[in-house]
Design a protein around this ligand. Structure first.
Ligand code: TXA
Ligand code: MG
Length: 383
């Protein structure tokens, strides 16, 4: 496995990008940074290459991949048509952490990429190395997060190496990624409603702001007790209640109606640390802290290796084998940026019992909470 760039010096020469791009063109697997997390790239047109992604990740084959492009002109090769709402979202958010699910042009990418669906998920990442690589490769690049399936997504090249060393061909190291949680996956339904299939780097509030006349509805399962893909969702609430009553009212009208297929990937347990993670949530910060201390004491008595996932401001409230401050309460973006690396630290420390404080569920915090719930298999203590 080769690496170009380093975490300390994230400058990668154009000749190195070209070598990485040549690898992609030869059907090899190359991990690269995006603004969200590291992706594991392969030529989306090659079934053999794409099958390599599923093998390396240990990923179920019914979970489709996102196709990454560097230029809007690449879109015409991939999709049949783009509705007006999707078009507006692309104009406003690309390059950036928004993935659009669109009607696929048959034969444009390997059927393994779309897992046989009639739609294809497309995104243009906002990272100079990702864009340079895709451009140099001259092909659409299928890229899921570059982790073993079920592990936290990688936000540093080191995480990719920890999971996939020996299983992939190379890594472009661009240092730590910026956003820290994956892109928001959106599908615009025939009736114009905007279904958020996966919350992510573009918040529901931002989507509602960009589309004042559309209903933005949450079409993902916010618990780990996932309903099957394609099930009727009866709990379609406005994702961004803070975004305004008009959005909430429009979304309410849609409750109990069948939604578009959910993102197939959302039904799998994800991001899970090896230890048992439980979230502790409540309006009173004192009560949350008291409950965590009480649970820690009981866990220690059982002989557990204990961990607490908290925020910089609150780290010294706890006495556990490993206390990890994940960003600052005053800066929700920093929490998203640090989440996956924090989860990985508990594995490195051999933690068996982990308690986590939770962020406010608005803006990027909604995506963070979604990932935390999955990591905790929906174990939440409300105090
Ligand atoms: O930020 C990101 O999106 C990262 C970086 C590397 O770009 N990629 C990423 O890919 O998170 P992955 O494979 O880990 O997640 C892709 C998600 C899955 O939940 C998958 O089910 C969904 O997108 N997806 C892909 N194609 C779809 C489709 N045609 N319809 C609905 N959901 C789709
Ligand atoms: Mg992933």
């Amino acid at each position: 496995i080769w690496t170009v760039g380093t975490a300390l010096d994230a400058t990668v020469r154009q000749s190195e990008i070209q070598e990485a791009a040549d690898c992609l063109r030869e059907g090899k697997l190359v991990a690269f940074p995006t603004e969200t997390v590291y992706g594991l790239g392969a030529d989306a047109r090659s079934t053999e290459a794409v099958e390599g992604i599923f093998r390396a990740k240990g990923r179920p084959s019914d979970n489709p991949l996102i196709v990454h492009i560097a230029d809007k002109s690449q879109l015409h090769d991939l999709v049949d048509r783009v509705d007006e709402t999707s078009c507006r979202l692309m104009d406003a958010c690309w390059p950036g952490p928004l993935t659009l699910v669109l009607p696929a042009k048959p034969g444009a990418v390997s059927p393994r990429v779309t897992a046989g669906l009639a739609t294809v998920a497309v995104r243009m990442p906002a990272h100079p190395l990702a864009l340079a690589l895709i451009r140099a490769a001259g092909c659409p690049v299928a890229a899921p997060s570059a982790n073993r399936s079920g592990r936290p997504s990688p936000t540093e090249a080191r995480h990719v190496l920890d999971d996939l060393d020996g299983l992939i061909d190379g890594i472009v190291d661009g240092g730590p990624t910026g956003v820290g949680v994956e892109s928001t996956v959106v599908e615009v339904a025939a009736d114009g409603r905007v279904h958020v299939l996966r919350p992510g780097g573009v918040s529901a509030e931002r989507l509602a702001q960009l589309l004042p006349d559309a209903a933005v509805v949450s079409a993902h399962d916010d618990g780990a007790g996932a309903e099957a893909y394609g099930a009727v969702v009866t709990r379609a609430e406005a994702h961004g209640a803070a975004a305004g009553a008009s959005v909430a009212a429009k979304a309410d009208a849609s409750a109990s109606t069948p939604l578009a297929p959910k993102s197939p990937g959302m039904k799998y347990a994800h991001y899970a640390p090896k230890g048992r993670l439980t979230l502790v949530r409540g309006l009173s910060a004192e009560r949350v802290a008291a409950r965590i201390r009480q649970e820690l004491e009981a866990a220690r008595a059982r002989g557990e290796v204990t961990g607490v996932l908290t925020f910089a401001e609150r780290a010294r409230l706890y006495d556990a084998d490993l206390v990890v401050p994940c960003g600052s309460l005053a800066d929700p973006d920093s929490v998203a940026r640090g989440l996956y690396a924090a989860l990985r630290r508990f594995d490195d420390a051999g933690a068996t019992f982990i308690l986590a404080e939770t962020p406010e569920e608005k803006g990027i915090g909604a995506a963070v909470m979604n990932r935390m719930r999955k990591a905790a298999a929906d174990r939440v203590i409300e105090v």
